[in-house]
Design a protein around this ligand. Structure first.
Ligand code: KIV
Ligand code: ZN
Length: 386
């Protein structure tokens, strides 16, 4: 099978920024947009222009100040939303309007209080209207994860006929299992007329911790765009984490799925977004967490010191981390202590190391972590140099 290009659609500045406390001003959004462009994402969803004057300005500024990248603005299937998105995107080199409507029973019955036929009509009208302003129109079927596949296929077919270039299949509530979401994408590939003319996109939320797995299942089954955010920021439990899907495709080349992302910039992008959004990254977060490349138990440390690949599937330098770290705790063994002591200039014979290790364990039982400065004190206190 030939290698398939997966477009990375970053929605950190739209779905990610909806999180309480994560609001960004126009300047901060611009800085992140430039970083995303450097990173190599294909599409930036810059905001939801009708939602506030500030968001309108941010989308406008990003549209005007980015170069080759596609800049996208969100709108509901509402005339004023679409007109405002079109206006904000006027100066974009590659503008995209992202418009759509809820398609699941609960969205139709409880939120929209309408019928399937009316939803179909509104979908078509929205795509047609957006198409008057931009060539590239992405249609989203909100809550597609819980939408009956037959109706979803009808909506997708109608959106394609109306001129959509991208079809977004959001698992808005993070409900699907990977097999189910993958099968949904496959069903659309097999049953929607005209599907070969458009790009199918995943947009998964993480309510059950499955956003990344679902996005990859979608790509394996024919989606060619993944919507995601840096650090997985987003509503409730968040969105698919960009760094995770990128590294999964990279670490599993037999999937034949490739992105343009320069993975060496992932850790920098993560730190920037975390800082600007005032949203700490959990230490055990895959790829970009502080502990992602640190080893603290004796068995693991011994293995990594002998050969990095025993306990690391990713070379930390591939994601912009200088090196793995060996953290000294009461669970560390002699090998890790000797390794750390050597790094700071002490080359002890076996009996001196035994003495150092006994004293180290006493210190380590009192402290959460033993740092280099503690080791210097220990060497001096125990007279290990004489
Ligand atoms: O989760 C979702 O359904 C969305 C749409 C607005 C694309 O964010
Ligand atoms: Zn979303």
């Amino acid at each position: 099978m030939s290698v398939q290009k997966i477009q990375i659609f970053d929605t950190t500045l739209r779905d990610g920024e909806q999180v309480p406390g994560c609001k960004l001003n126009v300047d901060e959004k611009l800085v992140i947009a430039r970083q995303l462009e450097l990173l190599g994402v294909d599409v930036i969803e810059a905001g939801f222009p009708v939602s506030s004057p500030g968001d309108f300005e941010a989308v406008k500024a990003i549209a005007a100040q980015t170069k080759e990248i596609t800049v996208c603005g969100l709108s509901r299937a509402v005339e004023q939303d679409i007109l405002t998105a079109a206006e904000a995107l006027t100066h974009a080199k590659r503008p995209r309007i992202h418009t759509g409507i809820g398609t699941s029973e609960s969205h139709i019955n409880f939120k929209l209080r309408t019928t399937q036929e009316k939803v179909l009509e509104r979908a078509v009208e929205a795509v047609r209207l957006a198409k008057r302003f931009v060539e590239d129109v992405e249609f989203y079927a909100e809550d597609a994860g819980r939408t009956d596949n037959t109706f979803l296929a009808r909506v997708c077919e109608a959106a394609i006929k109306a001129g959509a270039t991208v079809l977004n299949i959001p698992d808005t509530t993070g409900y699907c299992l990977p097999d189910e979401y993958g099968a949904k994408i496959k069903y659309l590939v097999d049953n929607v007329r005209g599907i070969e003319r458009v790009t199918l996109s995943t947009h998964c939320h993480n309510d059950l911790g499955l956003a990344t797995a679902n996005s990859i299942a979608g790509a394996i089954n024919g989606a060619r765009q993944i919507e995601c955010t840096i650090n997985g920021v987003g509503e409730r439990a968040g969105n698919t984490a960009l760094e995770e899907v990128v590294m999964i495709m990279r670490q599993h080349p037999y999937l034949n799925l490739q992105t343009n992302v320069n993975s060496k910039l992932l850790s920098e992008a993560s730190a920037m977004v975390s800082h600007m959004m005032r949203m700490p990254v959990q230490p055990n977060k895959a790829i970009v967490g502080a502990n992602a490349f640190s080893h603290s138990s004796g068995i693991h440390q011994d293995g990594v010191i002998k050969h990095r690949e025993t306990y690391e599937i990713i070379d930390p330098r591939d994601v912009g981390v200088l090196d793995s770290s060996i953290v000294l705790t009461a669970r560390s063994g002699r090998a890790a202590l000797a390794f750390r002591l050597q790094k700071i200039g002490y080359n002890f014979d076996k009996s001196t190391l035994d003495k150092a290790y006994a004293s180290f364990l006493e210190v380590a039982d009192r402290a959460k972590e033993v740092h280099d400065k503690d080791l210097h004190v220990l060497v001096e206190k125990e007279n290990l140099l004489v």
